[in-house]
Ligand binder design. Structure first.
Ligand code: TEU
Ligand code: CA
Length: 544
């Protein structure tokens, strides 16, 4: 029987490389995560989404898997993994694995076999095409720059890779391949994992000859088959990463009666600061009314059918407080604004490591400081295309994925307490002011704002089930909405700007004690609101 427990849950994403090193080799690991479970229990989260920890050559930091059944040695052993699952379980925390099955590493045995010959039984596990007029089969491109096709001179064929050339796409039309994937998923379910985050799962139905990548014709057939043969037999959660999904398509993935997934990550709000029709690197300022409109559409669309995930951050996105808040003067206030706005919406919230202490982007100005293949490939591609280094690094410092991958900042000791050795990536120098130890000491820290929001979700069914209604939709700097459930109504108001904003909200009580806020005010007069920069609060308008 499905309990839909994940509708009340809050998820914390860990990027293991950067979370906590336990053995001084400068790379985060599983024992390091185990050491920090008490911290996560204090925060109050219910689930850890663990970015990939399987064996990988790390071309894309683990999103290129060479063995789904073995733990990456630098992260630890299978025993460490089993210990993490059990130690988390003791704290009522589930471990959700990152399932990367759109592609494998080119060092996976399947691909090594596939390259041996067209007759090899594993050859058809991947997507191979003959040259067309001596060139690539078509103009499909990789997310990481360049063509999505790489030529294998032995086979005299191209293979498809929508990401790096070391990440060959799997051919989901091959039933035996699908069965092997399901067998692997059941291996992890039998270990007691709490579910899966499914990497670029919208791509597994691709039809390369028609240049169809997302939402291919058999996508939902595969997901229903996967559900039936694996997680559908367990009371676990699944979340699909679907970069291009629309609200209507999201219902196809997450409506309960379709027996596919629990929810999906939609990215419509995550592209509002890039020039339309261009790439993430082509920047434009965020327009708040666009953000209000997009998030509200998703709140309403999935109100009765499907389920929302709620996030500002992940390992691919820049830090929200730097991106759309103010990482200097108003860092704490703007970080709390993002937390309150998101966590009082309907859906399952995701906290990315460091978000709960207001970690920021990092400034780089040289290629040697980059780790992420996406940024490095863009650097070379755009330098060749004539972009200036200044333009390139403005884009990378604004949107590069390394911004999210700097070391978790634990305290003011060397390397922010992340490692006793030389870290794999440089630490953000602001760790002396921004770190978990300082946050735990400060009752007004961002950490305790998240802790309060997580506790509110557990104590108030209105947050999970309440109807959402946007207010002042055209207001350029105020983001305000209500949540209503069984006769109770909450009002959430944020001054999403650096200007002091005065507003009057029609005929409401004039003195309301905030349920939560990022200010010291003891009550709010809704008929005469003077909101300081990033000031945010929630009040109860009507009692049940
Ligand atoms: O991301 C999918 C994807 O398209 C990302 O590359 C992301 O949307 C983009 O970088 C934003 O600029 C998933 C994983 O989250 C990512 O870390 C992997 O690199 C990618 O798939 C390939 O596995
Ligand atoms: Ca380590």
């Amino acid at each position: 029987m499905k309990s839909n427990w994940w509708k009340q849950a809050v998820v914390y994403q860990i990027y293991p490389r950067s979370f906590q090193d336990s053995n001084g080799d400068g790379v985060g690991d599983l024992q390091g995560i185990i050491q920090r479970l008490d911290y996560l229990e204090k925060l109050g989260i219910d689930v850890i989404w663990l970015s990939p920890v399987y064996q990988s050559p790390n071309d894309d930091n683990g999103y290129d898997i060479s063995n789904y059944y073995e733990i990456q040695p630098e992260f630890g052993t299978m025993e460490d993994m089993e210990q993490l699952i059990n130690e988390a379980k003791k704290r009522k925390i589930k471990i959700v694995m990152d399932l990367v099955v759109n592609h494998t590493s080119d060092e996976h045995p399947w691909f090594i076999e596939a390259k041996k010959g067209k007759e090899n039984p594993y050859h058809d596990y991947y997507v191979w095409r003959d040259p067309v007029e001596g060139d690539v089969p078509n103009d499909l491109t990789s997310v990481f720059s360049g063509s999505a096709w790489t030529f294998d001179p032995q086979l005299e064929q191209y293979y498809l890779h929508l990401f790096s050339k070391k990440q060959p796409d799997l051919n989901w039309e091959n039933e035996k391949m699908r069965q092997d994937i399901y067998e692997m998923m059941n291996f992890w379910l039998d270990k007691g994992v709490g579910g899966f985050r499914m990497d670029v799962i919208e791509l597994i139905g691709k039809v390369p000859d028609e240049k169809v990548t997302a939402n291919g014709p058999r996508l939902h057939e595969y997901l229903q088959e996967m559900n039936k043969h694996t997680f559908g037999q367990h009371d676990v959660m699944t979340v699909g990463e679907t970069n291009s999904v629309t609200p209507e398509e999201a219902k196809l993935f997450s409506s309960e009666d379709r027996n596919e997934l629990s929810m999906v990550f939609q990215f419509e709000h995550m592209v509002l600061d890039q020039q339309i029709g261009k790439s993430k690197w082509d920047l434009k300022p965020l327009n708040l009314t666009d953000l209000k409109k997009v998030l509200s559409i998703w709140q309403s669309a999935l109100k009765d059918e499907g389920w929302n995930s709620l996030f500002w951050n992940n390992h691919d996105q820049p830090r929200i407080v730097s991106r759309w808040g103010n990482e200097q003067e108003y860092r704490v206030k703007s970080a709390k604004m993002f937390a309150i706005l998101l966590h009082l919406m309907q859906g399952t919230p995701y906290i990315y490591q460091g978000e709960e202490i207001g970690m920021t982007n990092i400034k780089v100005n040289d290629l040697s400081q980059l780790d992420d293949i996406e940024s490095i490939n863009m650097y070379h591609e755009r330098l060749e295309a004539g972009y200036s280094k200044e333009e390139i690094f403005r884009s990378i410092n604004t949107k590069g994925r390394d911004n999210a991958r700097t070391l978790m900042q634990w305290d003011t000791s060397e390397q922010a307490g992340f490692t006793s050795g030389q870290p794999w990536l440089e630490v953000n120098e602001n760790y002396d002011a921004i770190n978990a130890a300082q946050a735990l000491e400060d009752t007004h820290s961002i950490f305790y704002c998240y802790q309060q929001l997580i506790q509110m979700r557990k104590n108030n069914p209105l947050i999970v089930h309440g109807d959402y209604q946007l207010l002042l939709e055209d207001h350029p700097t105020i983001f305000a909405y209500t949540r209503s459930y069984q006769g109770e109504t909450w009002l959430v108001v944020a001054n999403f700007s650096e200007e002091t904003t005065d507003i009057a909200l029609s005929d409401h009580p004039t003195s309301l004690v905030p349920l939560i806020s990022n200010s010291e005010k003891e009550n709010y007069d809704l008929q005469d609101l003077k909101l300081s920069p990033y000031e945010t609060f929630a009040v109860q308008l009507e009692r049940p």
